[in-house]
Design a protein around this ligand. Sequence first.
Ligand code: FES
Length: 68
Amino acid sequence: MLEAVRVMCAERGVPCELAMEAPMACGFGACMGCAIPRAEGGYMRLCLDGPVVRGEEIQTALLPGSGH
Ligand code: FES
């Protein structure tokens, strides 16, 4: 559902914020288990940079292991 909201907002130029969920092993930025791809390249760690992110910051809200 988060990906549907992200795409719908992007298509209409509406800003959105998404409360992301990802498996977090360490919770302080060491393991990269919560990394998701940034729209401009590279990755962000949801434990440090999120878990709420702006929709335009990420490539997708579909994450392996997040139950989506
Ligand atoms: S949970 Fe380990 S880097 Fe985010």
